[in-house]
Design a protein around this ligand. Sequence first.
Ligand SMILES: *Cc1c(COP(=O)(O)O)cnc(C)c1O
Length: 392
Amino acid sequence: MSTTLMPNYARLPITFVKGDGAWLWDTQGTRYLDALSGIAVCGLGHAHPAITAAICEQAHQLLHTSNIYGIAHQQALADVLVRITGMESSFFCNSGAEANEAALKIARLYGHNSLNVKQPTVIVTDGSFHGRTLATLTATGNPKIQAGFEPLVEGFIRVPYNDVDAMADVVKQHPEVVAVLVEPVTGEGGIVIPDADYLSRLRALCDRHNLLFMLDEIQTGMGRTGEWFAYQHAGILPDVLTLAKSLGNGVPIGACLARGKVADIFQPGTHGSTFGGNPLVCRVALAVIESIEENNLVQRAQALGERFYQGLTSALNGVSGVRDIRVKGLMIGIELDKPCRHLVSKALDKQLLINVTAERVVRLLPPLILSDAQANDIITTLSHLIRENFPA
Ligand SMILES: *Cc1c(COP(=O)(O)O)cnc(C)c1O
């Protein structure tokens, strides 16, 4: 690999040049089955005809003007997001980290303006991932991601994930707390699925203390968990919601949505982005949502998740190295009893793209357009691999 790139990624020795649905082809013409979707980005798979068409049509019309002017597709996208989320307003940016930066800025403004707090503090959790900017790596619950980048940003307190009582204790002890930021299911943290009442209990805690309940659905959103958004399983609404990854199916777009007392908190001059919400990315995100709806892919993610759960559970039955199989729609984690990063290149040898996160968790984030046959292929190949490397 050329040294003209900064060596910040541990790249696999493979380069893809073409895709179609859940298939990818490398420079040698070898075909791979993609069970990762570019880390939950290409929910509609690769080279989806409706997305390709939207990109081409918009490229012929207009790519960028500026947020100095009205942007019709941005307005249309905000309207559609309000309909599918139950939120009230949207700010558009270009990545997940930026969406979370917007959320954290909303929390601080809310603390200063509405709660009259001098050091607005946000509660975050262990095992979380919120991005790589200074504020979002500080929010992230992984010391490896923070190491070397001190001093970290002030105004965060960390508690264990899936522990409402710990959260409540911090709220009691710290009058400066203004908001809570959590993932509904941890992505990078190893597909940890909290108790079914975790989100509703956090919602109630935030209501009791006038705190903002902020959800990072950058990985869980857009149908992946079998609802449009994971909080919909719990029947609650957050005050602030962040999206990115599959919102653009590969075109970079992030969004921070808000509701109620913070829907209008960003007044002119308080926040912005040059590229954020340009005509191209918003047109594409509209096509993404339309395709998911037309093809009932939210329900499809739920059904595929059940297929994976049953298939993996029976195929891995009796393998003592398998600690846990966790599935929420198409967020799939297989926790093993020791580090298993080597499975990634072994799967590559079998033309299957998987990922390992949190050292011991095989993570699958396949596209929502996966066929039953492709799902079965993934289950078979992966369970053989695990059986070979983690004998019973
Ligand atoms: C990927 C991810 C982010 C960061 O998104 P970027 O686009 O890489 O900045 C934040 N939160 C969660 C939950 C993610 O999965």
